[in-house]
Ligand binder design. Structure first.
Ligand SMILES: Cc1ncc(COP(=O)(O)O)c(C=O)c1O
Length: 447
């Protein structure tokens, strides 16, 4: 019997990707797909970059692998030095790993190691939020507040505590676990820390702007500065998950930059290598790094593929491209343009509840009724229909479901590469509008 691939999706026969360039992927039948989602909001610098492939090959040809506990490598040292000033942390040190979930697990353990090193062994409680995503390994999933992903594994979860989502559009809706104002949200965090008990809370973890789970929900202004102040006052480490928002995706280098937030620990992946290499990292502030590396302290952790030389070479080249081509600013201006194009077509659409986001991370929440914000029932599978229809037309989108109440709720997330052309932006807005109308008609006729 021949071996076979355990497919990622339920589609048993996905197209075979054979080439990719700019914002386009081609399959083996010569069909082209406009990648309006950069895969899973990953490919910030665009597909088919020769210089990235060259950097990868050059490093792999010289030293591909030398274990991180025994050696460092030039690429990693140079990357850390070049990246440092861009990170919203004081004198940061980076711990590279192979992706976002690994980076989140690393951040959690680092927070624990920090408190242990400071003699605060009681600090075990970690708060995150409903309507969040931090990864699919068990620890990262437990931190995540996306109920559809948690459901099959609930029996193994429950270590971390969830607070309300910063999700003004659905504040107060039954089952949404959402609040609207910075005052309500920060008061809830403060209460939670106080009722957990002084000196028992280790960390608060959140995405600056929520990714696919809440379709680019932006918190109210005032939220992040208030959260940072509360954490600091209570000795709670602030961990920001910038896996999706990092490296220019929201029109600033990091999502935290929109509010001048300086976390203790920052987690990144996706855009750091734009998908050219499986990579992520944890950045620790100087204070966190110093605590866990002090004599007598220690960070008991590590992966076979952490501190990888080829990953660092790729990340370094991607960072150089973002800088020399001014792509972070491009994300901001093209994001504005895409937002206008979407608003022209969809702002008055009866099934579009909200268009939101920052830079080239834009979300569209779909509803059955605009007035009441009632979602389509999950059984209608509207999001899946929109994605399938768009893909048949050569347009790739990213999606999220369950945002209204943990089960129902449909949304589309857009995140094209920052090199996307204006013509492609127009095609994305028009193609999405057409796919949405077709899918809604199908859903209605199937009832
Ligand atoms: C905000 C956020 N955190 C963590 C992750 C997990 O990253 P990975 O899929 O690389 O493990 C993701 C992935 O989508 C994400 O969007």
């Amino acid at each position: 019997m021949a071996g076979r691939v355990f497919r990622r999706s339920i589609d048993p026969d996905p197209p075979v990707a054979v080439r990719a360039e700019g914002s386009t992927i081609w399959d083996d039948r010569g069909r082209s797909y406009l990648d309006a989602a950069g895969g899973a909001i990953v490919v910030n610098v665009g597909h088919g970059r020769r210089s990235v492939a060259d950097a990868m090959a050059e490093q792999a040809g010289r030293v591909a692998y030398a274990h991180g506990s025994a050696f460092t490598n030039d690429a990693l040292e140079a990357y850390a030095a070049e990246l440092g000033p861009r990170l919203p942390l004081d004198d940061p040190a980076i711990y590279p790993v192979s992706g976002g979930s690994e980076a989140i697990e690393t951040a959690l353990k680092l927070a624990r190691a920090y408190h242990l090193a400071r003699g605060e062994a009681d600090r075990l409680v970690v708060f995150s939020r409903w309507g969040s995503y931090h990864g699919n390994t068990i620890g990262a999933l437990d931190l995540s507040g996306r109920r559809s992903l948690r459901r099959p594994y609930e029996g193994w979860l429950g270590r971390f505590r969830h607070l309300s989502a910063a999700y003004p559009y659905r504040a107060g809706d039954p089952g949404a676990n959402a609040l609207a104002t910075a005052e309500e949200l920060s008061a809830e965090l403060e209460r939670a820390i106080e009722s957990a008990g002084p000196g028992t809370v280790a960390a608060f973890v959140a995405e600056p702007i929520v990714g696919a789970t809440l379709a680019a929900a932006v918190p109210p202004d005032g939220y992040w500065p208030a959260v940072a102040e509360i954490c600091r006052r209570h000795g709670v480490l602030l961990i920001v998950d910038e896996v999706m928002t990092g490296f220019g995706r929201t029109g600033r280098w990091f999502g935290s930059d929109h509010w001048g937030v300086r976390p203790d620990i920052l987690v990144a992946a996706k855009g750091a290598t734009s998908g050219y290499w499986p990579f992520g990292f944890v950045a620790a502030s100087a204070a966190v790094h110093a605590a866990v590396t002090a004599p007598g302290a220690g960070f008991v952790h590590g992966f076979t593929y952490s501190h990888h030389a080829v990953g660092a070479a790729v990340a370094r080249e991607v960072l150089g491209i973002l800088e020399t081509e001014g792509l972070v600013d491009a994300s901001a201006t093209k994001g504005e343009r895409l937002r206008e194009l979407l608003a022209e077509r969809l702002a008055e659409h009866p099934n579009v509840g909200e268009i939101r986001g920052r830079g080239l991370m834009l979300g569209i929440e779909l509803v059955e009724d605009r007035e009441s914000r009632a979602p389509f029932p999950r059984a209608a599978r509207l999001t899946e229909n929109v994605l399938r229809t768009a893909r048949a037309d050569g347009l790739l989108l990213y999606s999220g479901t369950g945002l209204a109440n943990g089960v129902d709720g449909d949304s589309i997330l857009l995140g094209p590469p920052f090199i996307v052309s204006d013509e492609e932006l127009v095609r994305i807005a028009s193609g999405l509008t057409a796919a949405l109308d077709t899918a809604i008609a199908q859903v209605r006729s199937a009832r």
